[in-house]
Design a protein around this ligand. Sequence first.
Ligand code: FPP
Length: 233
Amino acid sequence: MENSVPNHVGIIMDGNGRWAVKHGMIRSLGHKKGADNLKSLVQYVFTKGVKCLSVYAFSTENFKRDKEEVDYLMNLIIKFFNKEKSTFVKNKIKVLVSGSKDNLRSDVIAAIEGIEEATKDFTDKVFNVCFNYGGRLEIVDTLKKIIDKVQNNELDISSIDENLVSSYMYKDLPDLDFVIRTSGELRTSNFMLWQSSYAEYYFPETLFPDFDEKEFDIALEEYSKRKRRFGGV
Ligand code: FPP
């Protein structure tokens, strides 16, 4: 039997830098083009019946990049959230940001809190932006929260199971069904390690700024052909 539409899709938006170089531009303009692409792609993904979309916008390791590029990405997320807020509200999309607040500028934190607050009452469609995010760090931060509860006698060790751990992650999200990494790189790079344990992966060669609605349809077609067994036969 064919798979239906995935409930939770993840996109590792790779290849912005190479897109810029290919078009004779500085790397940051590749991120701008990526953000422009993301604006329309998010809206499209939900029209296909996907309920939750997670994207990898900035990893904790991305702080190692030149200050100019890091600053550009910080300013880009502020602009992205401020400009798109009304569209997310209009389309009833809940926006969440997963990641550490450590090392983030106060104006970036304000933009994150602003969009989360404006969309907090929506439930049907969830857009989760991983920003200053690392999959291992998320697991470590979750362990700390759980241990703290146990030490304060608010949680019994015997009640710790997989569902409980999921509920203590940065955001309580369903498991990923399908993860797309653009640009032909065959790595997962610390993206949502806990949530992707049984995800199907897809690695198109297309660079993220060119990964448009047509490419997403091709990805869904590919997903529909996968046989998911979750460890069974
Ligand atoms: C990886 O490409 C991409 C990033 C590190 C940033 C992704 C960000 C966007 C798509 C912009 C939209 C995001 C928001 C909401 C701010 P790369 O730079 O590693 O590309 P390369 O591998 O070709 O060098």
